[in-house]
Design a protein around this ligand. Structure first.
Ligand SMILES: Cc1ncc(COP(=O)(O)O)c(C=O)c1O
Length: 458
């Protein structure tokens, strides 16, 4: 990887001040905070290399968030730029509908089928995690319709889950903070169970007792909906991400999965964050958590954020039903940019790099070191818990969950020290690129420690 060079463009672009003003005037960010966006100017990022970001003032930052859980192989790789440029020259776009396809989409679908667990041998492409989740719900509905039981429509998911922000994806999600004036959600067939956050809601129960209680709640919900024959699917992230980095307590996910298997309920595993190495595996469902889902949704690390791409992977059993000949059916879901050739070429190169550089093995060794070092922060009175797994982690501060001033203050202090962490509720979330070194881990932990201590001084 080339070292970061002073920006060639710096002299040609507007000043930081002008950029910030234009941003405030013209740009609505995802999750924009309207009370503070004028007083808390955005960081205007101009360059990135590996895990390092450089802003328009020339300040450098170690990005412990990995963009938005996504810059898995690190930024600024010439090989990625070359693969993307070559594909643009060869074929920048091909119609993916019905009876045409660009070559990279076919190659990628075959590669993903090879990497996915079990018989998930079929792939539908979208351009964002949210659209993949939305499409997966369409697939679930289409499957039950094709099977002749369209009334089997109820979907069970969890509070605190995050599955994106299209209407369907937001309805599958369950973060209390992700509502807003006038926003409406699908509530007639999408239902939520309690959050599996043992730290917050365990109330003295062991992890196993908590898991058993969640399972009891799941079965009660199925009964309330009229029995398994009315329930189409269960949705879960293997480790909840944006809901607060919540690993599943004890065998909770396996218990639900076994019940789903035994009762024909489709199990959808949302691996938008956990796919492509964050937990040291291509996918975490089977290898880490012992679950063989019927459907996996994935995005982010699929291209390491170089281009937008998402995928829905699904089983032979689903394909056998929906694609049974003789019914005159077609799947009425698809996007202009499904299987975009350039995005798929980027994904293929990204996967090649992860394989060639042994990044999954690297995460399996650096991940435990990262968690171990982060855990040293628990000697600070303000740190209530450090949790997560491998390169998916958070530090929870000993303040009420609805108080985000502490986490924001610490994230700001960290940025002043050249470290990006993501504040959310009373947490700082981290999901660094898979390429981080032990030195990077030590830098993250020492800068975060300093920021936490400084937040309490004075
Ligand atoms: C688990 C999970 N699912 C879905 C999404 C939505 O992905 P996107 O932002 O690409 O629409 C996210 C985004 O963070 C996510 O974390």
């Amino acid at each position: 990887m080339a070292a970061i060079q002073p920006s060639q463009a710096a002299n040609d672009r507007p000043s930081t001040e002008t950029l910030v003003a234009a941003d405030q005037t013209h740009h609505l960010h995802p999750f924009q905070m309207f009370d503070s966006f004028r007083s808390d100017p955005v960081l205007t990022i101009e360059q990135g290399q590996g895990a390092t970001l450089v802003d328009t003032e020339g300040n450098t930052y170690l990005d412990a968030v990995g963009g938005m859980w996504c810059t898995n192989i690190g930024l600024g790789r010439d090989e990625m730029a070359d693969a993307i440029a070559a594909q643009v020259r060869r074929l920048a776009y091909a119609n993916p509908f019905t009876d045409m396809v660009g070559v990279p989409a076919v190659e990628l679908a075959a590669k993903l089928s090879e990497l996915a667990p079990g018989d998930l041998n079929h792939v539908f492409f979208a351009s964002s995690g949210s659209a993949a989740l939305d499409s997966s719900l369409r697939l679930v509905q289409f499957y039950w319709g094709a099977k002749g039981t369209p009334e089997r429509c109820h979907v069970i998911c969890r509070e605190d889950a995050y599955h994106g922000t299209t209407v369907a994806a937001a309805s599958l999600g369950g973060k209390a903070s992700d509502t807003g004036p006038g926003l409406r959600f699908i509530t007639d067939y999408i239902h939520h169970l309690s959050s599996p956050n043992h730290f917050r809601y365990g109330n003295g129960r062991s992890e196993q007792e908590f898991a058993d209680d969640l399972m009891t709640e799941f079965k009660a919900k199925v009964d309330e909906l009229g029995g398994a024959s009315e329930v189409a699917a269960f949705y879960a992230e293997p480790i909840m991400g944006s809901g607060g980095v919540i690993p599943p307590p004890a065998d909770y996910l396996q218990q639900i999965w076994r019940y789903c298997r035994a009762n024909g309920i489709l199990y959808v595993s949302d691996e938008v964050v956990t796919g492509f190495g964050r937990l040291g595996q291509w996918f975490a469902s089977e290898t880490v958590f012992g679950i063989q889902p019927d459907i996996i949704t994935t995005a982010k690390g699929l291209t390491s954020g170089y281009l937008p791409l998402a995928a829905v992977l699904y089983s032979d059993a689903i394909q056998d039903v929906i694609a049974e000949p003789g019914h005159g059916r077609y799947f009425p879901v698809g996007f202009t940019y499904s299987g975009h050739p350039v995005a798929c070429a980027a994904a293929l190169k990204n996967i090649e790099i992860i394989e060639r550089e042994g990044l999954l093995e690297h995460v399996r060794s650096i991940g435990p070191y990262f968690m171990e070092q982060l855990a040293t922060l628990t000697d600070l009175p303000l740190v209530a818990q450090v949790r997560g797994s491998h390169l998916m982690s958070c530090v929870e501060f000993a303040v009420p969950a609805d108080d985000d001033t502490v986490s924001k203050g610490i994230a700001k202090g960290a940025a002043d020290r050249g470290l990006i962490v993501r504040p959310f509720s009373n947490l700082n979330i981290m999901s660094p690129p898979l390429i981080i070194t032990r030195d990077d881990v030590d830098t993250i932990v020492s800068r975060l420690r300093e920021a936490i201590i400084a937040s309490q001084a004075g």
